[in-house]
Design a binder for this molecule. Sequence first.
Ligand code: AMP
Ligand code: MG
Length: 479
Amino acid sequence: MILENLNFKSNYLSLDNEFYEFTKPTPLDEPYLLSFNLKVAKLIELDEKSVDDPRFIQFLNGTFIPKNVQPFSMCYAGHQFGHYAQRLGDGRAINYGSINGWHLQTKGSGETAFSRTADGRAALPSTIREYLMSEAMHHLGIPSTRALGMIGSQTKLLRNGIEKGAVVMRMSKSWVRFGTFQYFTYFKEYEKLKALAEYVIEESYPHLKNDEDRYFKLFSEVVERTATLVASWQGVGFCHGVMNTDNMSIAGLTLDYGPFSMLDDFDFGFVCNSTDKAGRYAYGEQPNISYWNLTKLAQAFAPMVDKKRMDKKLEDYGAFIYPNAYIEIMRKKLGLEVKEESDAELITELVGALQDAYVDHTNFFRILSRYDGERMPLFEIAMNPISIENWLNLYDKRLMKESLTLEARQTKMLKTNPKYVLKNYMFQDAIALAKGGNFSRIEELLYLAQHPFEELEGFEHFAVETPEHYKNVTLSCSS
Ligand code: AMP
Ligand code: MG
């Protein structure tokens, strides 16, 4: 379908007008196409030739608005680094409505009613990072928002120095956040709170639609999806960086890519957000923080659901819902099919061993996927192989309880432990090249993002240990 014929729907606009503000995009100067994501275009049946259609750039820049579209920004609140902000909202995002259940939204299209003191813009570096990383997460099997394309421009922005403005067109099955619920509870607007719950059920939990106990079940399922999401972040070594409640998706998606990072060397204490001086959102803290965020969601649900039932669910989250989700993911990473009581201990020992080993997280699991009793390949990638040796003694014993053949286990593990993840230094290089007008690295990284488990000829240099001076790069919220 060509752009002009896309048929947008906007169910969100049937909610009370307090949920959103109509917004006009402010175009960027001299926009140009940075990238077009064919795989995502297919989801909305957008013709692949749109990549050559000048209208596509105009569409992202807000100078071409398809028929039936009334652009709007959504209202929400949220706890930012533990402190409640009663009105945040889409300060730089503008929604266009949905196609095939995918809600399209630009990020960086200028001031909205929720911009507060900021400029409503997104800089080129963070735009390239979000575009590529959301695609990588999806192909790693982790629920995420997606991105259709991005444009750059000559509009100057003041960040840490001068940057150029860009826009990414994001797509998601839901843009509702924990903070959207918090907003209406805080202002005691309980009818609107219920309307929001009904909307979310319709959009993301339709099987609950006619259930009498649907608000409690909605809460429960959000708890469960959050467990799966955060456990999969831990498994792959993804650090979100800003797990504020306004960045927590009610549908269990990875949402709002700011100063995120994949782990280089495994480090439980790694903090990717340079603004986060206390390490609130350190890699190893993410499960605890997800619990804290869910307690805030429970407060927001309290006008609709018995608090005691939610408290029990939260207790279960810490006691077994999250731990089980994590153990499940780690079993897969380790190629274990049989469920043993002692697996939790094996995994705890592994985390301790990795922490002591100074070893690249991604490479460790990829090389372990080919493990046949020969330990040298694993020792060679660690600064401290002794901790790995001790753990392999436990692993060898544990493998004896498995019935899968060596080949079958290796095949499964190679489909679980990626060869390629997008590390911060790769983005830095792609961004530097893009600033000089060369977008080829963006396309290369997009290809890597879409094939994380494959052995790609000519791409091996993206699968090596992060160069020492590039390790543990941190980024700020405004980058
Ligand atoms: P974040 O944690 O980056 O998702 O953003 C937190 C809040 O700040 C959200 O309400 C954003 O819309 C808003 N925000 C972030 N950057 C900007 C910006 N440059 N202009 C306007 N609002 C922004
Ligand atoms: Mg946000």
